[in-house]
Every structure is written in structure tokens, then in C-alpha cells.
Design a protein around this ligand. Structure first.
Ligand SMILES: Nc1ncnc2c1ncn2[C@@H]1O[C@H](COP(=O)(O)OP(=O)(O)OP(=O)(O)O)[C@@H](O)[C@H]1O
Length: 458
């Protein structure tokens, strides 16, 4: 450990804290003392600390929310110092389990505190390194993807971006088709011109013609002034037509004419206007089937489908699910300070098993929801609001099976002992601190009945 590693001590009550600070200095720790939470926050804002120590006492039960906020924002590990008697306070016990890495009851054993703090510092560094290593390195054009199929998608995007032909992007809803279209535009020579996205499925059929092609003043009732359509608005740039399969046959004819002649006619206009636009299109419906059924023009399909980018569904990118979940977690964590620090092992397993019908859009919503719902440091399965379903295709690793067994044993011991940690710890043959850590690790909520392991329930 480097000499004089900075620690933050919050203590407004103990008489012999000066002596404690000196003894810790003898062990190579430099302690910054804060006598209030406000002072602690200012010190944290000013200086990088490696770990924190908080002296918790009876009167602080109503201050726990603020302590929690401070700890959550600090992004380092904390140990608590307590008098044995405060362990009878259920609120303080709960805080010890969910906020602190460990606690020390008086009389303080400096050797043990030193040892705990070394762990705390190591944990902070480990987390930092882990976060850096998990940060997706294979990220291109704001798209996260490390698996070979996504690398292939990135490769195709790069290739099609450098030419002018229309590109057809296929993929289920929420897989990232619009993101891919933007990526193509931004990599193309048109990058400085507009990128205009139109969702053909979202517009009523009577509006879409005017939306795409524009209209002249007085062209129809309500057309009080001239309107430039989206095709013209994309002039010099790229037009992305999403849900192209929803276009009416009449509009398909107009679009085909535009693609062939590079001209458009606003509704009510006499003249045609030349427009230089590259068209990218996408749909989640099966266009070959739509052609067979006479709902989509084959000639338009061939016009649009010169180059292809196929985006795989999320369930076919198993190895990326955790990386994407962490990516969105970090993104939203930046928006506001949260005490939640990541995903429990069980939550990650559940995400791997889920079918993700809504693909990445669904994953984003689940992560956002979980970050709001989570009341502990790690997101647990119930925070995600995903249906637990044992998948017959899922192979259970030994580690998953061990985790499951451990979690079940904890739940049962806590249940038998009416959630009393002291008794449950004795029954399980572990210390209270260990039990608090295990409760935290498995994201167990001691106030509610938890659902069972995904492998043991149907
Ligand atoms: N590989 C990725 N990395 C990071 N974010 C992604 C990725 N793919 C998609 N997203 C995000 O997921 C969300 C849905 O993506 P997008 O709108 O591009 O999907 P889509 O296939 O066009 O959906 P729809 O078919 O419903 O229009 C967006 O917020 C997008 O930024």
C-alpha cells in the first residue's frame, strides 16, 4: 500500500478519536476528519479518498438516509465503528448490512481495522479495474457489440457507408436498426448534411404522402402554407425510412418513382424538384412474404435492397447481454447519484436466460426500472421485473448451482429465524458480518419473501 493513503473519518462523538487518528497514522493511514455529513461531503469533493470510516451511534438512526446518500456518491468502501449496544437497533443493523463493507464494535482493535481498510482499498481498486475492463472496447458508432456477429455488422456498416447505393436494414424491433442507419450516415461522405428518419408505420395514411413529399399552399383543405417534405428536408444527406413494410401500395409507387428519377413532386405542385438523397430503409416484417401476398411491390423491394445489413436479435448475442446491461447502467448512473452499484449474480443469470422479445430497447427499460426499484447496493432479479422462467436450454454451471444453493440456505435460515440476523448467522455457522455480506451479495430483501432460484422453480 502506498504511504499515507487518504481515509475519510466521520465522527462527531468519540472522545479518543485523536488517539485513534494517531495510531492509524502509525500504520501509514492519513485520516481526514469530518465532524458532520456536510463536512464529509466537502472533503470528498475536494480530495480523492481510498476508503471511509463512519462512527455510527444511536442518535443517528434518523440520519441514515443522508449517510446512505453520501456513501453511495463516494464510490468507495466504508467500514463502520459502533458500540456493541447499537447492534440492537434494527435500523442501524440494516444499514450495517447494506451500506458497509464491515463493522467493528468497540473496543477498537487497530490491527483489525488496519486489515479491513486494506481490504476496502483493494476492493475500490479492483472495482475500478473491473469497470475499466468491462467497459466495452468493441464499441463503434455508439453501438456496443463484442460478439463476432456484431463485429460482422460493424464491418458491413463500414463497407456500405463508403458507397452510395440504398441499404436495407433488417432486424427485429429494438435491435438497433435506426442506430445502424445513423452510423452509416455518419461514416458516409454525407455526414455533414442532414439525417432524417421517418417512421412510415407511425403516420396515418392520409398524412404520409404530404409528410414525405410535402405540399403547396392550398393543395388541400388545411394546407395553409407550403410544406417541405422529409425527402426534401434530407437533401444532400440521408433519408431513413423505418417500417417501410407499412407503406400503402399507392405510396410505394411514388417512392419507386422518386428512387428511379431522383425527383419529387410536392402535392399540388406543377413542377418536379430534383433531390439528392441516399435512402436507407428498414422493417421488422418479412418483406418476401409481403411480396408473395401482394402487399409490397417486388420492384421497390429490389430498389431498396441493393445492400443489406442484418442486425441479430439480442438473444443471439448472449455474451453481450451483461456488457450492454453494464453499459446502460453506467450511462444512467451518470445521470444521478444512486446507491445501487451494479447487478447481483442472480440478476445477471436471469438476464442471460430471458428471451428479450423487445431486444435492446427492452433491456434499456429493464435496467432503468431496476435502478429505480433497487433498494440495496446490487440489483436483484425482482428489481428487473422479468418473469422467471427456467429455460431447458440453459446449462447450469457449478458456480451458478453453488450460488443458488447458498441463496436458498440463506433464505431458509432467515425465514426460520424470523429474519433475525444474529440467530440465522449462528444456525448457518457464519459471523454476522459474513451473513450481512451474503445477504447483500444475493440481493436478498429481508422484509419480503423472495422467489426461488431460477433452476429450482418452473
Ligand atoms: N448495439 C447497441 N449498443 C448500444 N445501444 C443500442 C444498440 N443497439 C440499439 N441500441 C439502443 O437501443 C434502442 C433501440 O434502438 P433502435 O431505435 O435503433 O432500434 P430499431 O431496431 O430501429 O427499433 P424499431 O424497429 O422499433 O424502430 C435505442 O435507444 C438505441 O440507442
Amino acid at each position: 500500500m502506498e504511504k499515507d493513503t487518504a481515509l475519510l473519518l466521520i465522527d462527531s462523538v468519540s472522545d479518543d478519536r485523536q488517539r485513534f487518528i494517531e495510531r492509524m497514522a502509525g500504520k501509514g493511514w492519513h485520516i481526514n476528519l469530518a465532524e458532520s455529513l456536510e463536512a464529509a461531503q466537502s472533503l470528498l469533493n475536494e480530495t480523492e479518498h481510498e476508503a471511509g470510516i463512519c462512527f455510527l451511534h444511536h442518535d443517528q438512526a434518523n440520519e441514515l438516509k443522508n449517510i446512505e446518500k453520501l456513501i453511495a456518491r463516494s464510490r468507495m468502501e466504508w467500514i463502520a465503528m459502533v458500540r456493541e449496544s447499537v447492534l440492537d437497533d434494527p435500523w442501524i443493523c440494516k444499514a450495517l448490512g447494506s451500506l458497509f463493507m464491515a463493522y467493528q464494535a468497540e473496543p477498537i482493535d487497530i490491527e483489525q481495522v488496519d486489515c479491513l481498510l486494506r481490504h476496502a482499498v483493494a476492493m475500490k481498486r479492483l472495482r475500478k479495474e473491473e469497470a475499466a475492463s468491462k467497459r466495452p472496447r468493441e464499441t463503434e458508432f455508439d453501438m456496443v457489440g463484442t460478439v463476432p456477429v456484431m463485429q460482422k455488422v460493424f464491418d458491413t456498416i463500414r463497407r456500405v457507408a463508403s458507397v452510395e447505393a440504398p441499404v436495407f436494414i433488417s432486424g427485429e424491433s429494438g435491435t438497433g436498426k435506426e442506430l445502424a442507419a445513423r452510423a452509416i450516415h455518419e461514416r458516409s461522405r454525407r455526414a455533414t448534411a442532414p439525417f432524417v428518419a421517418v417512421n412510415c408505420g407511425a403516420l396515418p395514411s392520409n398524412l404520409i404522402q404530404s409528410e414525405l413529399f410535402g405540399h403547396e399552399k392550398g393543395a388541400f383543405t388545411g394546407a395553409n402554407q407550403r410544406k417541405i417534405g422529409q425527402i426534401e428536408a434530407a437533401s444532400g444527406g440521408t433519408l431513413f425510412l423505418d417500417e417501410i413494410g407499412d407503406l400503402s401500395l399507392e405510396l410505394q409507387v411514388n417512392l419507386l418513382r422518386f428512387l428511379e428519377e431522383k425527383t419529387i413532386q410536392r402535392i399540388g405542385a406543377l413542377e418536379e424538384v430534383h433531390v439528392d438523397v441516399r435512402v436507407l430503409s428498414a422493417t421488422h416484417v418479412d418483406l418476401t412474404k409481403a411480396i408473395e401476398e401482394g402487399r409490397f411491390r417486388e420492384d421497390l423491394y429490389h430498389r431498396l435492397n441493393v445492400l443489406q445489413v442484418a442486425i441479430p436479435p439480442l438473444r443471439e448475442r448472449q455474451e453481450d447481454i451483461e456488457i450492454l446491461a453494464r453499459f446502460f447502467f453506467d450511462k444512467f448512473a451518470e445521470e444521478k447519484s444512486l446507491k445501487v452499484q451494479g447487478f447481483s449474480q442472480d440478476a445477471l443469470v436471469l438476464m442471460q436466460q430471458h428471451h428479450w422479445p423487445g431486444n435492446i430497447r427492452e433491456l434499456i427499460n429493464r435496467v432503468r426500472r431496476a435502478m429505480v426499484m433497487c433498494e440495496q447496493r446490487l440489483i436483484k432479479p425482482s428489481d428487473l421485473g422479468l418473469e422467471r422462467r427456467a429455460s431447458s436450454r440453459h446449462v447450469v454451471t457449478l458456480e451458478e448451482a453453488r450460488n443458488c444453493a447458498e441463496r436458498d440456505a440463506l433464505r431458509q435460515a432467515l425465514g426460520r429465524n424470523r429474519q433475525k440476523v444474529k440467530q440465522a448467522a449462528e444456525e448457518l455457522g457464519v459471523s454476522r458480518v459474513t451473513l450481512y455480506r451474503l445477504i447483500e451479495k444475493h440481493g436478498l430483501d429481508r422484509t419480503t419473501e423472495e422467489t426461488a432460484c431460477p433452476f429450482t422453480s418452473a
